[in-house]
Design a protein around this ligand. Structure first.
Ligand SMILES: [Zn+2]
Length: 274
């Protein structure tokens, strides 16, 4: 189950517990203005750096991390999951992240792993036995590539994680209600996951044809449940799934489908306590 906290407003999952702090941010409780109002946590959204820093300071003060402890992903819709360590502290907020990495993991305390979303799926993983965490960004391409399963594999290889120990939280993202696509997206899911993906794909009429073009079949997909399927296949059974759709609630979350480029970024953060 997910719980809401205020000032600033963020969500936590009670599936993730023991020696760790985490959150899924909303758009409320920061200092950014205009279309970035107010808890923008992205450094590439046209915001002033001082505002983004202050937003991390406020969120971190409530959740239990400092801006100086953050380590960012660099999200390019890959299935790359990188192990990070103390030398990566400050990656993203204080200097650009060079290597592509849609997921990051560590077993070092005091590193606040940060991934971003504004319709894509943010996923946090915690192994309370081997003391390791991961933050994963999965849009539809990352979901089709199984990045969250790559994260479980990486934790097993790097930290000796038993997938059965993992606590997983799948955060707010665009829901089945609003994630409308052409046929290429369900085709990619079925190619990757087979018929097990079918329950999470709904055929829903046809998209209007462009001038002179052919009408395309229209689908709706449940990215949260497709990622949960990848997790179950990887051996994870403790999985919490947020019921929130970002596109349905633009007053509460940033949604790329709703606002296009004129939006901020939400962050999912997880850190092993020092
Ligand atoms: Zn929706």
């Amino acid at each position: 189950m997910f719980h809401t906290h205020y000032q600033p407003e963020y969500l936590t999952s009670d599936t993730i517990s023991g020696g760790v702090v985490h959150c899924f941010s909303t758009r409320h409780g920061g200092v950014s203005t205009g279309y970035l109002s107010s808890l923008n946590l992205g450094t590439h959204r046209g915001d002033e750096w001082d505002n983004v820093y202050e937003n991390y300071r406020r969120l971190g003060a409530a959740v239990g991390f400092a801006p100086e402890q953050t380590v960012f992903t660099r999200q390019t819709h890959t299935d790359i999951v990188a192990r990070v360590g103390a030398g990566n502290r400050g990656d993203g907020l204080f200097r650009e992240v060079e290597p592509e990495r849609d997921g990051i993991c560590t077993n070092e305390p005091g590193l606040a792993l940060v991934c971003f979303a504004a319709d894509c799926t943010p996923i946090l993983l915690h192994d309370p036995v081997r003391h390791a965490v991961a933050a994963v960004h999965a849009g539809w391409r990352g979901t089709a590539k199984g990045i969250v399963a790559r994260a479980v594999e990486t934790m097993t290889r790097e930290f000796g994680t038993d997938p059965a120990d993992i606590q997983a939280a799948i955060g707010p993202c665009i829901g089945l209600c609003c994630f409308e696509t052409g046929p290429e997206v369900p085709e990619a899911m079925l190619a990757a996951l087979g018929e097990d993906a079918a329950p999470f794909i709904r055929r829903d009429g046809t998209l209007p044809s462009a001038l002179g073009g052919e009408a395309a079949e229209k689908y709706h997909l449940d990215l949260k449940q497709l990622n949960a399927l990848w997790l179950r296949r990887a051996g994870v059974s403790r999985i919490d799934v947020s019921c929130d759709c970002t596109r349905c609630r633009p007053d509460r979350f940033w949604s790329h489908r709703f606002a296009g480029q004129e939006r901020g970024s939400m962050a999912a953060v997880i850190m092993l306590k020092e």
